[in-house]
Write a protein that binds this ligand. Structure first.
Ligand code: LMR
Length: 396
């Protein structure tokens, strides 16, 4: 009898399965609007120019690949704390950890919570990134969800958010998307963030902010403004930040976990625990992508080249978003898709039924996720009209 006979079957990850189905589709006229990776006008996911330059320099200059620090390179952690928290970074109350991408940061954050408060429940928005719930389950924590999105208007249902957050208990963790909500593209306004921070403080809950798309919404600083507000207003905060998208280092797995404590002693205890959690999971976090990010952020010329390229990516997505909203207005003769222009980041949710999603894929070669999420960066000026026609054709 096999030791492993008791393993349960694992559901296929819907995002990765769709990515593979697209790759296996032999049709030449097909459009990938599934997995959340940026695509340029040629449909490629480029290595950003500043990263490429840093990579060349690193190749020239690096003399060792020996171990760094269990918590990851300090220069990387500082640079990322600065990028995300800006002037809200408070050296007296911060602990930082380099992680295996943003997903690794979420996982380690949850491990930290389990070590400290195994009875804590983790609240996630409904809907959220499909990987959040399984990671929480795997980390052995209970979970609950708060309503977030009003499918009828394509906007945040803020009344429902606040009503559900009123049920949060002291010591619970509340996961929030820092910007560019995945999968809906609908975000809280800064005033609403203020209300949420106050509600969490009233309830004694700790925010866990997942920020994977800083720079893809309204710009680097505007996208980080909610995290900074929460960092100032809440005594304890966890932030999981990814470098995959805004630095384009997806496969290099660079991310950071920032933990804000009530005081210096608390931060030191969290730091020691985070460092131990890295050691227990994989010893040292990957360094290559993190080092490239640090080089870009530390060199003024590389940093401004990176910001300019990121800004061009953001502008492109915004133009595609508005282009699709316009094309849908023309095709449908109505403004029922106007919400697309209001959303920010890579994603929007169309409100399509499973049958409509299948028809988009089978009849038109358009791949969107099973929950109706579409990746706007998968659009192209030449395909916008075709996609708008297809969306109307399948009855949306
Ligand atoms: C996505 O949501 O598509 C991305 O974050 C990629 C992933 O790992 O799921």
């Amino acid at each position: 009898m096999s030791v492993f006979a008791g393993l349960s079957d694992q559901p296929r990850d819907q995002i990765i399965a769709l990515m593979q189905a697209f790759q296996n589709d032999p049709r030449s006229r097909k459009v990938d609007m599934g997995v959340g990776v940026y695509r340029d006008a040629g449909g490629r996911t480029p290595v950003m120019r500043a990263i490429k330059t840093a990579e060349g320099r690193l190749w020239d200059q690096q003399t060792t690949k020996s171990y760094t620090d269990l918590a990851g390179d300090a220069g990387f952690r500082d640079a990322m704390a600065g990028l995300v928290l800006g002037e809200a970074r408070d050296a007296r109350r911060i602990a930082t950890l380099a992680t295996v991408g943003g997903t690794g940061a979420i996982r380690i954050a949850l491990e930290l919570v389990r070590s400290a408060a195994p009875q804590a429940r983790v609240w996630i928005p409904d809907p959220t990134w499909p990987n959040h719930s399984p990671i929480i389950r795997q980390a052995g924590l209970a979970q609950a969800s708060y309503r977030y999105f009003d499918a009828a208007t394509g906007a945040v249902d803020f009344g429902a958010v606040m009503a559900d957050l009123d049920r949060v208990r002291a010591g619970d963790i509340v996961l929030l998307h820092g910007c560019c909500h995945n999968p809906t593209g609908a975000n809280l306004s800064i005033g609403q963030w203020k209300d949420v921070a106050r509600r969490l403080n009233d309830r004694g809950a700790v925010p866990l902010i997942d920020i994977a798309y800083q720079g893809f919404g309204d710009g680097l600083d505007d996208d980080a403004a909610p995290v900074r507000l929460v960092a100032r207003d809440c005594p304890e905060v966890l932030v999981a930040a990814s470098c995959s998208k805004n630095f384009g280092v997806y496969r290099d797995r660079a991310g950071v976990l920032l933990a804000l404590a009530g005081n210096k002693a608390g931060a030191a205890r969290i730091q020691a625990n985070l460092t131990a959690l890295n050691r227990l999971a994989y010893s040292f976090p990957p360094d290559h992508g993190a080092r490239l990010v640090t080089m870009v952020l530390a060199d003024p010329a590389l940093r401004s080249a990176w910001q300019a390229e990121l800004e061009a990516m953001r502008a492109r997505m915004l133009a595609l978003r508005e282009g699709l909203a316009d094309a849908l207005r023309r095709q449908s003769g109505s403004d029922r898709f106007g919400f697309l222009g209001q959303h920010r980041g890579m994603f929007s949710r169309l409100g399509a039924t499973p049958g409509q999603i299948d028809r988009l894929r089978e009849d038109h070669g358009i791949y969107i996720l099973g929950d109706g999420r579409m990746n706007i960066a998968g659009l192209h000026d030449d395909t916008i009209d075709m996609i708008a026609r297809a969306i109307v054709d399948v009855g949306l």
